[in-house]
Design a protein around this ligand. Structure first.
Ligand SMILES: Nc1ncnc2c1ncn2[C@@H]1O[C@H](COP(=O)(O)OP(=O)(O)O[C@H]2O[C@H](CO)[C@@H](O)[C@H](O)[C@H]2O)[C@@H](O)[C@H]1O
Length: 478
């Protein structure tokens, strides 16, 4: 038997996705298989997941699980070896994984994800894996349940975003089924409340986040968002491993979402994708106008407001702007207002649409990623791969993956985009102006794009690091 891991995640592409966690958790198993690590992925049985299971097998019966009957099912779908917590009282409902149809978090999220984590710990014991890999606050209690379980199974905890912490009132603690001593500073107590992310960071055998720079940033009060003290205490167990892309799925030569497929050797068909994007966003169809684009959650983190403030540079510079995103109502409104004020020059799509997003990667001349903080970021990786050089904020994984087109980098032939100081509209405006000038120098822009398309954005190198880390904790603690 090879080295077996149970990955515990609340999202995995293509079964259920609200953001980058799904992409990472969906792609890592195939990459780890190359390193002789076989991964089973445990997901909550949301409607979308349950309806995708063709022939599930019952692995574990949990007749009384957090207020109802539940089962752990096994199935193989979309290339993933799945374990699914079928718990209708918690997951068989309309709406999103975390948010009810009318907006607003589900009122019982603490119980839903405690039940999920507890079932994952039971399943890990039952099927007998060498290590568990838990992702984000939704799986934050997994290391806690494992620590108090009869059989010691080591656990790696991955932070995809410190901003989502799963903090709930102390009154939920008695319903979690953990021993009373777990509710302590040396446990899951978090400023008088219960912290799911805190629990993950406290009880895991090793911790990583999704870029080396973010691993340093979260040790500071600003980046650590209340958990930097704990993390500084565990700095020896904290690692930074960059995300990759599933380069089989994210391939402009085969992507069926594109109006025209293309390769690094022949980017000419991108012009058809650009025209398709211009049309879809109500922009003037013109091959010569530089087309900038933004894709992302409309949240403070992603800095869409900074882009709207800086975008005058694009409008004055004769460029176009396409935005896709959803989230914060005020930001949605601001994007719509910007588009209305610049007819034919700026266009917005409010919503989540994978196909439309991919068409934008394949047609835009440049992507803008103005995040205030960014643990890793996948948008800039997709932008490299699809030939739309990114303008990024110099923070977290954006700083680690994009090489700024400084004079030295241009001379050395290694530039892949433009970096700007994070969190400032004036710095972003200056960077956009610089990108526009580079774009108008056609041979230079072509070279930047070619360099980006030749960059290895696959999971390969990072999968090796994950495999070493998982095998390391198993050797130490197993
Ligand atoms: N409206 C829309 N329509 C279609 N597609 C959309 C979309 N909005 C976003 N997407 C897609 O969703 C993904 C977002 O990935 P990110 O890494 O940028 O963000 P996220 O902040 O969700 O993830 C967190 O986890 C990931 C994974 O570790 C980290 O990279 C990241 O820094 C961290 O914040 C991309 O594939 C993007 O194309």
């Amino acid at each position: 038997m090879g080295f077996e891991v149970l990955a515990v995640t609340s999202e995995a592409y293509p079964l259920i996705k609200t953001g980058g966690l799904a992409d990472a958790a969906g792609a890592l198993p195939a990459a780890l298989a190359q390193e002789d690590v076989s991964v089973r992925t445990m997901l909550p049985g949301y409607r979308a997941v349950m309806s995708a299971l063709a022939k599930p097998r019952v692995v574990l019966d949990l007749p009384r699980h957090f207020g109802g009957a539940a089962r752990v099912l096994a199935a193989r779908e979309a290339g993933l070896d799945l374990l699914v917590l079928d718990a209708p009282h918690l997951f068989d409902r309309p709406g999103g994984p975390y948010v009810a149809p009318g907006g607003g978090e589900w009122g019982d999220n603490a119980i839903r994800f405690a039940a999920f984590a507890s079932a994952a710990a039971l399943a890990a014991q039952h099927v007998g894996v060498s290590a568990v890999h838990a992702h984000d606050w939704q799986a934050g209690l997994v290391p806690a349940y494992l620590r108090f379980a009869p059989k010691r199974i080591p656990c790696l905890f991955t932070i995809h975003n410190m901003a989502f912490q799963g903090k709930f009132p102390a009154s939920v603690f008695p319903t979690l089924g953990l021993p009373p001593q777990a509710f302590a500073r040396e446990g899951l107590e978090y400023y008088g409340a219960v912290g799911f992310l805190k629990a993950g960071l406290w009880f895991a055998d090793a911790i990583n986040t999704v870029s080396p720079s973010y691993a340093e940033e979260i040790l500071t009060p600003e980046g650590g968002m209340g958990l930097d003290g704990l993390l500084r205490g565990r700095a020896g167990d904290l690692h930074g491993i960059l995300n990759g892309l599933d380069v089989v799925d994210w391939n402009p030569e085969t992507d069926r979402h594109l109006a025209a497929r293309f390769s690094a050797a022949d980017t000419a068909p991108r012009a058809m994708n650009k025209a398709a994007v211009q049309k879809a966003f109500g922009l003037a169809v013109d091959p010569d106008v530089p087309l900038f684009a933004f894709i992302g959650r409309l949240a403070w983190q992603k800095g869409a407001d900074l882009l709207l403030e800086a975008a005058r540079v694009l409008m004055d510079g004769g460029a176009q702007l396409a935005l896709i995103g959803s989230g914060d109502a005020a930001l949605e409104q601001a994007c719509n207002a910007f588009a209305a004020a610049h007819p034919g020059r700026a266009g917005v799509f409010i919503g989540f649409d994978e196909g439309r997003a991919r068409q934008v990667y394949g047609g835009a001349d440049a992507m803008v990623v103005p995040s205030r903080f960014e643990p890793c970021g996948l948008v800039q990786l997709s932008a490299l791969r699809y030939g739309a050089p990114p303008v990024v904020a110099r923070t977290g994984g954006l700083a680690d993956t994009i090489i700024d087109a400084s004079p030295m980098a241009l001379a050395a032939g290694c530039a892949t985009g433009v970096q700007v100081a994070p969190g400032r509209a004036d710095a972003l405006a200056a960077g956009l102006r610089r990108a526009l000038a580079l774009f108008r120098d056609a041979p230079t822009w072509r070279a930047i794009r070619a360099r980006g398309m030749a960059t290895d954005v696959s999971w390969g190198p990072s999968a090796k690091r994950y495999a070493a880390l998982l095998k390391g904790i198993a050797a130490r603690h197993g």
